[in-house]
Design a protein around this ligand. Structure first.
Ligand SMILES: Nc1ncnc2c1ncn2[C@@H]1O[C@H](COP(=O)(O)OP(=O)(O)OP(=O)(O)O)[C@@H](O)[C@H]1O
Ligand SMILES: [Mg+2]
Length: 371
């Protein structure tokens, strides 16, 4: 049987408490009431209501204070304000303090039933969202655990054994056998790379990332990305031209993640360009943001593919034909930039090249201290 919804009425007027109780009688509700804010707050703990109706004007603790305290205790409890002095400004103030809705006195039984049903629906949706979010989080953790323990670890052991075996048999292997070893090792290598990409994709946790935020120099993080990617550019004979504004504002963020995001954009630019071409990496600022652009003269992205490139595991047609990948780099970069309250945009012309632009809000200037 479905549990009854719990409703708490906090009002100093007995007649209001009684009439509200009568209106809801016979419905799927369990009702408690209190005649002042202090008793009401005690009942919030004991009774654990889904919905609270609270009078704004009461002797002792005011309805506003009750709203504030309940919101701090459990923000999922839905609160509706009942008042005789219904003004727009008191309604706005109540909403600011966490009320979901407002019911001016006098009200009809039908109005009261309607607002009750709507508020309980709001409570149900809030709880459902929280539980879905928790479920998603658990699935993500479970999935990451399985992939890393049940797949990555044994595969790494196989790779290790294969290396040892090949080394031991080095003198005895014929050319065909050597080729077989080489192919097997490379397949395992590819699988391990795919697993690492998956793990990276599911492990970007915006909240965790934001906990580590400090002032970061975009210039340094671009340099860090270029250091890792440099050899790849040399191998493809791609020239990377940089134009970094020397006086860039810092941004608030996590340096390693930002360099990973820039690195993904620059390595894509190399990967999806022909040998011998040029890439421009620029960093400048406008009134609010530091803007990093990565511009290439590569294969470009078709109009049909463009809306999907930030989705996980998506690979564009022209890109696929040019190089291997898992369609993860841009999804991870997008998550990272979003965690920094930034944005990432792309413009592309098939056959002519692609430009990615990352906007990151400038860090607030440190307030000069006076005195
Ligand atoms: N600079 C670019 N030029 C052309 N196509 C690009 C460019 N950057 C991204 N793309 C397209 O967007 C798709 C998604 O890019 P993303 O970086 O997410 O994955 P990937 O490069 O395929 O694989 P990986 O996970 O190894 O990065 C690519 O497969 C490619 O089709
Ligand atoms: Mg990529």
């Amino acid at each position: 049987m479905k549990a009854k919804s719990k409703i708490l009425l906090i009002d100093d007027e007995e007649v209001v408490r009684d009439s509200c109780t009568q209106i809801l009688e016979g419905g799927p509700y369990e009702i408690a009431s209190a005649s002042d804010g202090t008793a009401g707050l005690r009942l919030v703990e004991e009774f654990q209501p889904d919905l609270i109706f609270v009078d704004l004007k009461m002797p002792g603790i005011s309805g506003f204070e009750v709203l504030e305290k309940v919101a701090a205790m459990d923000p999922t409890i839905v609160m509706v304000v009942i008042t005789g002095f219904a003004t727009i400004s008191s309604a706005v103030d109540a909403m600011k303090k966490g009320a979901y809705d407002f019911l001016p006195k006098p009200f009809t039984p039908e109005e009261f039933r309607l607002i009750t049903r709507r508020s309980l629906e709001k409570r149900r949706l809030t709880l459902e969202t929280i539980s879905l979010r928790r479920e998603k989080e658990m699935l993500r953790e479970h999935f990451a655990h399985i992939v890393s323990h049940e797949m990555k670890a044994p595969l790494s052991a196989v790779q290790q054994n294969l290396f040892a075996l090949e080394f031991e048999l080095a003198e005895t292997l014929n050319e065909t056998q050597k080729e077989t070893f080489k192919r097997t090792k490379s397949r395992i290598d590819e699988l391990l790379k795919l697993i690492n990409s998956w793990l990276r994709f599911v492990s970007v946790d915006i909240n965790q990332l934001q906990e580590k935020f400090v002032q970061v120099s975009v210039k340094d993080e671009i340099a860090r990305a270029l250091e890792t990617i440099g050899p790849y550019a040399v191998r493809k004979d791609v020239e990377i031209i940089t134009a970094i504004d020397e006086s860039l504002h810092p941004v608030i963020g996590d340096g390693l993640s930002l360099s990973e995001a820039f690195g993904n954009l620059i390595s894509n630019a190399i990967k999806y360009s022909n040998d011998g071409s040029k890439i421009l990496v620029k960093a400048e600022e406008n009134a609010n943001d530091v803007v990093v652009t990565v511009k290439d003269e590569g294969v470009g992205i078709s109009k049909e593919d463009l809306p999907h490139i930030f989705e996980g595991f998506f690979r564009g047609k022209s890109g696929q034909a040019m190089a291997s990948g898992h369609g993860i780099g841009l999804a991870v970069s997008h998550q990272i930039i979003e965690a920094h309250n930034g944005s990432i945009e792309v413009e592309s012309e098939p056959g002519a090249g692609t430009t990615f632009a990352v906007h990151l809000p400038k860090a607030n200037p440190v307030q000069p201290t006076t005195g």
